[in-house]
Design a binder for this molecule. Sequence first.
Ligand SMILES: Nc1nc2c(c(=O)[nH]1)N[C@H]1C(S)=C(S)[C@@H](COP(=O)(O)O)O[C@H]1N2
Ligand SMILES: [Mo]
Length: 417
Amino acid sequence: MSEKEKALLQAEMNRRAFLKKSAAAGAAVGMMGLGMAQQQPTADQVVRGKNPRLIVLSSRPVVLESTLELLGSERITSKANLFIRNNIDLPGLNTTEPNIQPGWEVEITGLIDKPFKITVDELSKLPQTEVTSVLQCSGNGRSFFNPRPSGNPWTYGGVGHVTWRGVLLKTLLEAKGVKLDPKARFITMNASTQGGAAPYEKSFPISVMDYSSAMLALGMNGEPLPAVHGGPVRLVAAGTFGTANVKWIAKLEFTATESPGNEQVPRYRVPVLPGVNLPILPTQPGSRYNYTLENSRPNWMANINSFILSPLAGASVKGRLVEIRGVAWNDGLAPLETVEVSVNGGTSWRKAIIERDHGKFGWYQWVSPQLLAPGEYEVMARATDAVGRTQPMNGNIWWNERGYEWNGIMRVKFRVT
Ligand SMILES: Nc1nc2c(c(=O)[nH]1)N[C@H]1C(S)=C(S)[C@@H](COP(=O)(O)O)O[C@H]1N2
Ligand SMILES: [Mo]
């Protein structure tokens, strides 16, 4: 991280600490019966059942950020600790309780021979599939871009590791004996507009049915899908960024082209040069870009990333044997091959031990035992997959106007005593 990035991060941390403090002070004042108009609510006040330690980036629409500490405290992110990113809130669903609506209908239409509607109750009777995957907002890490793009100032907590259960789209089409028109190239999804909610429309290439276990998910972590995470039914395509994993799904349309809606373009896209094989076309930091369907691509497959979850920044740990721990993942299209750890500013790297994986779409847990004398350290981690995709030392090489898809190498300063 450059001095400038560090200063930005520090300023953000100070701002958050201040917001937290003033929220606590506000609550105390409230309890004394004095009331306070401008208090910042805590996460559990914004969404019932959430951990109050989540960071409230916005209370309307709801945007809650998790923390590295919470992510490191469990193998599967619990519904209390999972981040939330709503562009549009559905009224009455700000709770982690299930949204029991067996009669909720999903319309399947567009370029298929037999359009149909199916209820949640019928879906629950079809064969169910489970998949553990990383759900991540494509804006996660945005705060580390320099200059900082506008948008929610996520640091690392716009991500979680979740087990979904639902009906694969392939299974659904097969069960219904439905055939796709060869002109169908995209799946365009619409969220419910119940309660007067604004429309939310997103497209995926149709191939997510094959490579991403695209499903209509009814369950999360062994329970019915929490209302705030899309219950009773959401689209989940493992290995993709969060944005097209449409919650409260009402319609799924097979289309020849991407949705022209605002959520598809200009939002949730990164610059590309057609025909040039780069994940993101590097643009001048701070510059503007006129996003079209042709000169950009949507955030879909997640890029490779790794987080250090222990020690946390600023921690004091006992030497000499220090276990550095973390997680790493990619889009599931190629196996993750190595996670390397450096404790000397990148001069030398040592392979971490991959302790456990959770299937190709989940995250891998890794550990790197290091013998460290007392002193100050900065540790870095870098994941690489079998097709050579890896994380840049300087994540800012992918600077893009809207601040998507950050995967710069993480650096953590801590002390060994
Ligand atoms: N209906 C609907 N689906 C949505 C969104 C939304 O605003 N409305 N936000 C998307 C974005 S940008 C993200 S990152 C994920 C977040 O999922 P979560 O809130 O369950 O964590 O939901 C996606 N699906
Ligand atoms: Mo997102």
